[in-house]
Design a protein around this ligand. Structure first.
Ligand SMILES: CC(C)(COP(=O)(O)OP(=O)(O)OC[C@H]1O[C@@H](n2cnc3c(N)ncnc32)[C@H](O)[C@@H]1OP(=O)(O)O)[C@@H](O)C(=O)NCCC(=O)NCCS
Length: 389
């Protein structure tokens, strides 16, 4: 069987039970709380036209959603489609349904203004063939609580958070991602911040930072900690560690270069867990224009892009870099252009070195001096995401 007989269309709330059925056959049964959460996300993506289904007649056989997020690249915000809930009914798998949905979702995300897309893959193959590539990871470190407690509590005024702090969290995150020129990190959605500020969660604020954390199986999990100074970092981390008599360990979602490793007297991360994510450019010129690049690099390079999923962006482009910004300009075919597909372009954008890309066979051709220029333009910190979606 092929996918020719299938129709891809927007889901409505009338499809919720069928969608849950395909989901259950893919990821297992949801408990009551998770079902409520799933329904609220589903209502949000239905209202935004961000969830598609593949139908065989009236039967729903696969779904995919692309949530609207703001992801930072080179310290600047880029509209990102966070792909989730890609599921296909068992009797329809292996026939190209996921590929069909990924194409339709990419086109829809572009229509809604997204320039890039990210996803956490359960398996790489369906996404890799559609042009998404592994560029970063969610990092979780595990620290003995007593070490955090030992950081001491400098004289920093800390207050509990409340539901009124949603905007403050977004401001502090935005400021932090801009000043550290973050790559990959996304802003928390207002609904997720509200949950984290609920009365039975832990949220504490200093003037230049905050921490959000929660219980997990007798230990503590820091979902987000932002500190604008060493004193605030020590105060917030040591407050988490103050629970060390009960919670022996703290799991923390952090950037790979989080300063906590430099504050602690011993190796901070006994254990590092990485959940890799994949990435794709949906609208190459908008994505390049939105991103920040190295301030002191200027020059140009030719790129020849072959994008089978989104063929309208295939062709030869000149990348111009000047004053911390970049631009892609369509140009005529050239034998000197670096040849790459969407997977290579995703990695280049995310700062993967040209040496790595050539070794992996993701780029070919081009010129050695252009490699140096591209490496310098896209150089920056390791891409990461704090949260799963
Ligand atoms: C993963 C899943 C969505 C793939 O759907 P599908 O319709 O079978 O995928 P497609 O037929 O479009 O396959 C596309 C490519 O991925 C490969 N592929 C699909 N499922 C795969 C798997 N589980 N492991 C390895 N490769 C896989 C196919 O072989 C095909 O490769 P090819 O083009 O080289 O032939 C489906 O198996 C599923 O619902 N699984 C359970 C839920 C899940 O894991 N979802 C993904 C969450 S990120």
């Amino acid at each position: 069987m092929t996918t020719d007989s299938l129709e891809v269309r927007d889901l409505t709330s009338a499809d919720d039970e069928q969608a849950l059925g395909v989901r259950t056959r893919s990821f297992g049964k949801l408990d009551e709380a998770s079902r409520t959460w799933w329904k609220s996300v589903q209502a949000e993506v239905i209202a935004q036209r961000r969830v598609l289904g593949a139908f065989g007649g009236e039967r729903l056989v696969g779904t995919a959603k692309g949530r609207s997020f703001s992801q930072f690249w080179g310290g600047r915000s880029v509209p990102m489609s966070g792909v989730a809930g890609v599921v296909v009914a068992p009797d329809y798998r292996g026939r190209g349904v996921a590929s069909l949905l990924m194409r339709a979702l990419a086109e829809r995300s572009i229509e809604l203004g997204d320039s890039v897309s990210a996803l956490y893959p359960a398996t790489l193959a369906p996404y890799r063939r559609s042009g998404w590539e592994v560029v970063g990871a969610q990092h979780r470190i595990t620290i003995d609580s007593a070490h955090l407690r030992g950081l001491g509590s400098p004289d920093v005024r800390v207050r509990p958070g409340s539901k009124a702090d949603v905007e403050r969290v977004q401001q502090l995150l935005e400021h932090s991602y801009t000043t550290r020129r973050a790559n990959g990190a996304k802003l928390l959605a207002p609904g997720d911040i509200e949950d984290a500020l609920a009365e039975d969660s832990f949220s504490y604020f200093a003037d230049d930072g905050f921490v959000l954390y929660e219980w997990h199986e007798g230990n503590l999990v820091v979902t987000c900690l932002v500190a604008g100074s060493k004193a605030t970092a020590r105060a917030l981390w040591s407050m988490v560690g103050s629970g060390s008599s009960i919670a022996k360990q703290v799991h923390a979602y952090v950037s790979p270069d989080d300063p906590v490793s430099l504050l602690l007297p011993e190796e901070a991360a006994h254990e590092v867990f990485q959940n890799r994510w994949m990435f794709r450019l949906l609208n190459v010129s908008a994505a390049i224009a939105a991103r920040g690049v190295a301030d002191r690099v200027s020059g140009s390079a030719l790129l020849s892009l072959m994008d089978p999923l989104l063929p309208s962006q295939s062709g030869t482009w000149r990348l111009e870099v000047e004053g911390g910004r970049a631009e892609l300009i369509r140009t005529g075919r050239s034998d000197e252009a670096l040849r790459l597909g969407p997977n290579g372009l995703a990695c280049l954008y995310a700062g993967t070195s040209l040496h790595t890309l050539r070794t992996a066979g993701l780029v070919a051709g081009g010129r050695a001096d252009a490699d140096d220029f591209l490496d310098a333009a896209f150089a920056g910190s390791t891409p990461y995401l704090l949260e799963y979606f």
